[in-house]
Write a protein that binds this ligand. Sequence first.
Ligand code: FCB
Length: 470
Amino acid sequence: MSATSLEFPENFLWGAATAAYQIEGAAREDGRQDSIWDVFARKPGAVADAHNGDVACDHYHRYKQDVALMRELNLKAYRFSTSWARCMPDGVTPNPDGIRFYSSLVDELLAAGITPWLTLYHWDLPQALEDQGGWANRETAERFADFAEVMHEALGSRVRIWTTLNEPWCSAFLGYAAGVHAPGRTEPAAALAAAHHLLLGHGLAAQRLRARDPEADIGITLNLNVVDPVDPANAGDLDAARRLDGQFNRIFLDPLFRGGYPADVLADVAHLGFAGIIREGDLDVIAEPIDLLGVNYYHGEAVTKTPPAPEAAPPSPFVAADGAHAVPRGLPVTGMGWEVQPDGLRRLLNRVQQEYTGPAGIPIYITENGASYEDVPDAAGFVDDQNRLAFLDAHLRALHAALADGVDVRGYLAWSLMDNFEWAYGYYQRFGLVRVDYGSQQRIPKASGLWYAGVVRQNALTAAPGLQPA
Ligand code: FCB
């Protein structure tokens, strides 16, 4: 290895991630019923390009080919999610035909030498449970723990890493407050109830998994953000940063690691009756010790209260923003319009370890990081995505700097293995290391994918990003 390369620790877990509804398709096969995303995506205007996950990447039928692809990319781990509506279509009754798919997938991964990393819930609640109130209904937390148990019964001997929830912030606040994600509700009080019940469901599921399998690695994945005041000397900007950090990061981190919601957040949202939904004992359940924290990082945010956000703004995911809003600060942006801020990852990792995971000695994994750009394939379908490659390279350098700072990061899972159904943006936004031609379902690794395969093989970043063949 050359002196200028940045080496990663031995056994650093390199991989890529996907989610069930974004790639599987086969929406009506083998007993699967609607999830909230099936129903939401059918609503006019809900998804930018009027598509849905009915076919997606047809991974349900092509998983063997996709595992072979992972092998070509040298992946050591693959993070996927299990569709609750496939495995328990009405939310409560196990469906062996649906569960069998994940059993086959796990066998295929293990045969390829790839560690399966299972996420139980990546946003696709069975519609049958939404019809009973969804995550705003406390019962859903109990049903989720039952789901965890059913999946562990089927896969526990072969899957050793279990993530309960992916990004509960999105489920609760994009789904129930802003209404831009399924189930498309714009009810701030319900969003707060959903956040609490998601955390409760996490805790109950973690307890059940732990009781069945003390040796498993159990965790949760949060999308965390770096929230900076535009002017650190301006009281309004400081309050904006405090509020949004509270309603984005601390509302989840504090109960998970400190056993209680932050006092300032409780005060901000008091008018929405949040305290009334928290029952005695809930916070102990939520603080059930975990073995790892998954962090998804995409971008940072500069926030202010000046000038006040327009009153006619669409419903916000922030239920008590008090005029706080993000403003662009002139950084380059991805196809999603998200600011590229690699240094934010280093700062975030240091903060999370210092304030939350460090005292408990819990390792962090990056469970998602990546970028959407407008890909232009050549005649052969190859995408020379130097922009995505540079994004990944810059974030891996920031991660490496965090390691040098002493942060215990054990792995990195790129989002995403392949282009897929990007929720409200449909198929227009592409995050893949591998291009998917949705007409032919052909998969072709992009320049970033070939480069990433080289990084994994060398367990190092070289001085010249993009110039190392796999
Ligand atoms: C994350 C989601 C993932 C994908 C990326 C771009 O919030 O977990 O499914 O949509 O964003």
